[in-house]
Design a protein around this ligand. Structure first.
Ligand code: CA
Length: 220
């Protein structure tokens, strides 16, 4: 799962990036509002962490443009502005959540999990297609009798598939969800991850659609 972090404070950005990467997200970082809007037009990210006080274009303006463009990507505002008026404005401009700095990074991660699973149409913390299930907080996956801890990348892969059971994701789509801008992607990286997940959960956990990509089956 790829997150766009929009933050001009380098220290905060680095701390948040490290925490997100530890939690198996891939993170891309931009430092101003104009860059944020142009990156978000590409639709590569599954959630946005948005500071309000930004160079060139502030966070409210970024959010307003995003929603005017019809972009529904979940947004959590992360800001030092704790006034009620700003909170209301942020939510009314289309943010999904609002977190005041300084915050506990574990709270940020929990809020992120909550909005991401709601975006996938699921309220329960366990993402499942009825056969394979994935705990987003612990990275534990289950399929039949198998209960396994997934690596960060394996988790990202299975998570992307489980958000849309019955939908085939191509190699390029999976790579886009798993890896950030600065990460070198080996040509067989996705195959390697698929192999790893199947080894842990059984070959039937992920279906290969020859020549097209991979999917998890939609529950009946
Ligand atoms: Ca700022």
């Amino acid at each position: 799962m790829r997150i766009l972090l929009v933050e001009d404070d380098t220290m905060i950005a680095e701390a948040v990036s490290v925490a997100l990467k530890d939690a198996a997200y891939s993170v891309d970082w931009v430092k101003d509002g104009t860059a944020a809007n142009s990156v978000l037009e590409q639709g590569e990210h599954q959630a946005v962490l948005l500071d309000l006080g930004l160079p060139k274009r502030d966070g409210f303006e970024v959010l307003r443009r995003l929603r005017l463009d019809g972009n529904r990507v979940p947004v959590i505002i992360i800001t030092a502005r704790d006034g009620v008026a700003d909170r209301i404005k942020g939510l009314d401009f289309g943010a999904d959540d609002y977190l005041v700095k300084p915050f506990d990074v574990n709270e940020l991660l929990a809020r992120l999990r909550a909005i991401v699973r709601r975006q996938g149409g699921q309220a329960a913390p366990l993402l499942s297609n009825g056969r394979v299930s994935l705990d987003q907080a612990t990275r534990e996956a289950r399929c039949g009798d198998a209960v396994e801890q997934l690596s960060a990348r394996e988790f990202s892969l299975l998570h992307a598939l489980l958000l849309r059971p019955g939908t085939i994701l191509t190699r390029a789509e999976l790579e886009e969800r798993i890896y950030g801008w600065n990460e070198e992607v080996e040509s067989n990286a996705v195959d390697f991850l698929i192999h790893g997940v199947r080894k842990k959960l059984g070959a039937s956990a992920i279906k290969n659609v020859r020549g097209a990509g991979w999917m998890v089956e939609k529950s009946l």
